[in-house]
Design a protein around this ligand. Structure first.
Ligand SMILES: [Zn+2]
Length: 305
């Protein structure tokens, strides 16, 4: 394997054209267009920096869920501070991917306590191999790694808000964590939920579509009809949107599984267009239908072998 920088990785990853990774490479030197919008009392959504970021203002400090891309770290820090007074005291990571932990080193150096699942710490502490691209991603500097880890779940009481973070079984990666702001009833799903687009699934890091489907069911049980859901990518969502995403996963998984079980090649599976009923709603964003099928085929055949 060739060792590369994160910047180079963006260029490689952009060859399969996930929209936000593409933007991160092409627009690396430009001022990112971040948007901060209120979604509940003391809680805001910071978008445009890679993965969606939640910002909680708790009186004498701020709590963030995820920290965006490396090249938006400074802009994220600056913009988050406009949400309220005090330092960015706490940062919870939903998983280890670079578009969710890119501000970790900067915020960690500034004093933020970083909380994440124990598998996130492991992956951020060592070089990661991304099989889909045959490349390596170097670890974060120690200041950017989680200082507080957990194996199952935990909670914080901050400024009248109860923040419950919970690890779900491997799905997108093996460190997937949801964060529920219980009083205001806002739920950050991380990359277990891509709203209105096919999800990337990191089979190199323990992910699978079967896991995504199982976790979608767990998330549906964890929220209610009034919950405002922050997906890892895409616009704010409702329980109905999450159900639609879950049904797409189930439908595509069933079709692709049948074709793979029948011994079809990648070309045959792709030609059968197993995502077709869902392409109108999910096929125009992050991954194109053929990219999604490719990821699933590679994952399923690797597991069979
Ligand atoms: Zn991710």
């Amino acid at each position: 394997m060739t060792r590369i920088t994160r910047r180079e990785l963006f260029q490689i990853v952009s060859s399969v054209a996930p929209a936000f990774w593409l933007a991160s490479g092409a627009a690396a030197q430009e001022q990112p267009a971040l948007k901060l919008e209120p979604i509940g009392e003391k809680l805001s959504l910071l978008s445009g920096a890679g993965g969606n970021i939640a910002v909680l203002e708790f009186g004498d400090g701020l709590l963030l869920v995820d920290s965006g891309l490396p090249q938006t770290a400074e802009a994220v820090e600056t913009r988050a501070h406009t949400a309220g007074p005090g330092p960015i005291a706490i940062l919870i990571n939903t998983h280890y991917h670079f578009d969710h932990v890119g501000g970790n080193e900067r915020l960690g150096r500034a004093g933020a306590r970083i909380i994440a699942h124990e598998n996130v710490l492991k992956r951020l502490s060592t070089t990661q191999k991304i099989a889909a691209f045959n490349r390596e991603v170097p670890p974060l500097a120690p200041e950017g790694r989680p200082k507080t880890t957990f194996s199952d779940a935990g909670s914080l009481a901050q400024g009248g808000e109860k923040v419950v973070y919970r690890h779900l079984p491997p799905a997108h990666t093996d460190g997937d964590t949801t964060v529920h702001f219980q009083n205001v009833n806002v739920y950050h799903a991380g990359d277990l939920f891509f709203n209105g687009m096919y999800p990337f699934i990191d089979y190199s890091a323990g992910g699978s579509i079967e896991g995504m489907l199982a976790d979608a069911d767990l998330m549906i049980q964890a929220v209610d009809g009034k919950t405002k859901i922050i997906p890892g990518h895409g616009p704010m969502a409702t329980l109905d949107d999450l159900r639609t995403f879950r049904d797409m996963l189930a439908g595509v998984n069933e079709r692709v599984s049948k074709l793979v079980s029948a011994g079809q090649t990648l070309e045959q599976v792709t030609a059968a267009e197993p995502t077709k009923p869902y392409d109108e709603k999910f096929g125009k964003g992050f991954l194109k239908p053929a990219d999604f099928v490719h990821i699933l085929y590679a994952g399923k055949t690797a597991k069979r072998g």
